[in-house]
Design a protein around this ligand. Structure first.
Ligand SMILES: *[C@@H]1O[C@H](CO)[C@@H](O)[C@H](O)[C@H]1NC(C)=O
Ligand SMILES: *[C@@H]1O[C@H](CO)[C@@H](O)[C@H](O)[C@H]1NC(C)=O
Ligand SMILES: *[C@@H]1O[C@H](CO)[C@@H](O)[C@H](O)[C@H]1NC(C)=O
Ligand SMILES: *[C@@H]1O[C@H](CO)[C@@H](O)[C@H](O)[C@H]1NC(C)=O
Ligand SMILES: *[C@@H]1O[C@H](CO)[C@@H](O)[C@H](O)[C@H]1NC(C)=O
Length: 278
C-alpha cells in the first residue's frame, strides 16, 4: 500500500525516474514503517501515510510525544530529526531513553534541543539521570542548521558506556565507573521516547524568551528510527572502546562545540568524582 502510492506519485513525474522509484521503494520496504517501532504517546502527533515520517506538534493546547514499542536493556538508537524552524523559543524537542519503573529511582539518557528566537541557534542539551538523580548536564552548539534538514542523532547505551553522536560524530561519553562507586544505569530496562513540548520557564536564554503562540503550531519531524541491540547485528561494535580516531574526533568536537559541562562548573563543589576518571 505505502510502496504503491510512493511509486505512483514518483512515476507521474517522469518516465525516466522509474528506476529511482524502484530503488526508493526498496529502501522504504527494507526499513519498514516508523510506526512499526514507535507509537504516538499523547498530544497531536501523526505518521505520514507512507509510514516514513512521524511528526510531533506543539500548540497552546498541548505538546506531543512518542515511545518505542520495545523496551531495551542496552541498545543503540538512531533517529533522524528535523527541528521546528523560525521562532522556536520556549520549545524543547527531546530524544531520550527512560526507564519505565518508579519515577523516584528512574534512569534517563537525554538529548534535548532547546529552541531559540529566529536566527539564533538551538542548544543541544544532554543529561544523564541514574536512580532518580541527574545534574550531569553538557550542552553543545550544532555545526549546522538543524531546522534546514534531517540529521542523525544517536544514543548508545551499553554496559561499558553511554555515547551520544551527531551525524556519526561522538560528542559525549559517560563511562561505567560503577566499580568506583559512580552510579550507572544498569539495573532497569528503558524505552526510547521523543517529545515536543513547551518549557518557556527555562529553555531559552534561561527562561527570558517566552513561547510566541502566534507562531504555533510548532512541528518537529522524525524518520528512520533504528534500534540495535545485543541480539542484533552491529551492536558489539558499539560496546567496544572507541578507537584512537573516534576518540580524536570526539575531543575535537567537544573543543569546538561544547558550551557547558557540569565537570567544569565552579558552582558545583565538590567536582563529581567521574569527572577525573579516565
Ligand atoms: C492544536 O492542534 C490540534 C490538532 O491539530 C487542534 O485540534 C487544536 O484545536 C489545536 N489547539 C489550538 C489552541 O490551536
Ligand atoms: C519560516 O522560515 C522559512 C524559511 O526560513 C520561511 O519560508 C517561512 O515563511 C517562515 N515561516 C514563518 C511563519 O515565518
Ligand atoms: C536509589 O534511590 C533510592 C531512593 O532515593 C535509595 O533508597 C537507594 O539507596 C538508591 N540506590 C543507590 C544504589 O544509590
Ligand atoms: C539562543 O541564542 C542566544 C543568543 O545567540 C544564545 O546565547 C543562547 O545560548 C541560545 N540558546 C538558548 C537555548 O537560549
Ligand atoms: C537509516 O539509518 C541507518 C542507521 O542509522 C543508516 O544506515 C541508513 O543509511 C539510514 N537511511 C537513510 C535513508 O537515511
Amino acid at each position: 500500500m505505502a510502496m504503491r502510492s510512493k511509486s505512483e506519485a514518483c512515476c507521474i513525474l517522469w518516465m525516466l525516474v522509474a528506476l529511482c522509484c524502484f530503488a526508493a521503494a526498496r529502501t522504504a520496504s527494507a526499513e519498514g514503517r516508523i510506526d512499526d517501532h514507535l507509537q504516538l504517546n499523547g498530544g497531536f502527533g501523526s505518521v505520514s501515510e507512507d509510514g516514513q515520517i512521524l511528526s510531533l506538534l506543539l500548540n497552546h493546547s498541548s505538546g506531543s510525544g512518542f515511545k518505542s514499542k520495545d523496551t531495551y536493556m542496552y541498545a543503540r538508537a538512531n533517529l533522524q530529526i528535523k527541528l521546528a524552524p523560525n521562532n522556536s523559543a520556549g520549545t524543547v524537542t527531546a530524544f531520550y531513553f527512560m526507564s519505565v519503573g518508579a519515577w523516584d529511582i528512574h534512569d534517563e539518557i537525554d538529548m534535548e534541543f532547546l529552541g531559540n528566537s529566529t536566527g539564533e541557534p538551538y542548544t543541544l542539551h544532554t543529561n544523564i539521570y541514574v536512580n532518580g538523580t541527574g545534574r550531569k548536564v553538557e550542552q553543545f552548539r550544532l555545526w549546522f542548521d538543524p531546522t534546514a534538514d534531517f540529521h542523525t542523532y544517536s544514543i548508545v547505551w551499553t554496559y561499558r558506556h553511554i555515547l551520544m553522536l551527531v551525524d556519526g560524530t561522538p560528542i559525549r561519553e559517560f563511562r561505567n565507573h560503577a566499580n568506583r562507586d559512580v552510579l550507572y544505569p544498569s539495573k532497569q530496562p528503558m524505552r526510547l521516547f521523543g517529545s515536543l513540548w513547551n518549557t518557556d520557564d527555562w529553555a531559552t536564554q534561561g527562561g527570558r524568551v517566552k513561547t510566541d503562540w502566534s507562531a504555533a503550531p510548532f512541528i518537529a519531524w522524525f524518520r528512520n528510527y533504528t534500534a540495535t541491540t545485543s541480539s542484533s547485528d552491529g551492536y558489539g561494535y558499539y560496546d567496544q572502546e572507541m578507537d584512537g580516531a573516534a576518540r580524536k574526533k570526539m575531543k575535537e568536537a567537544r573543543a569546538k562545540y561544547m558550551i557547558y559541562t557540569y565537570c567544569a562548573d565552579t558552582t558545583r563543589s565538590p567536582t563529581p568524582p567521574e569527572c577525573s576518571m579516565p
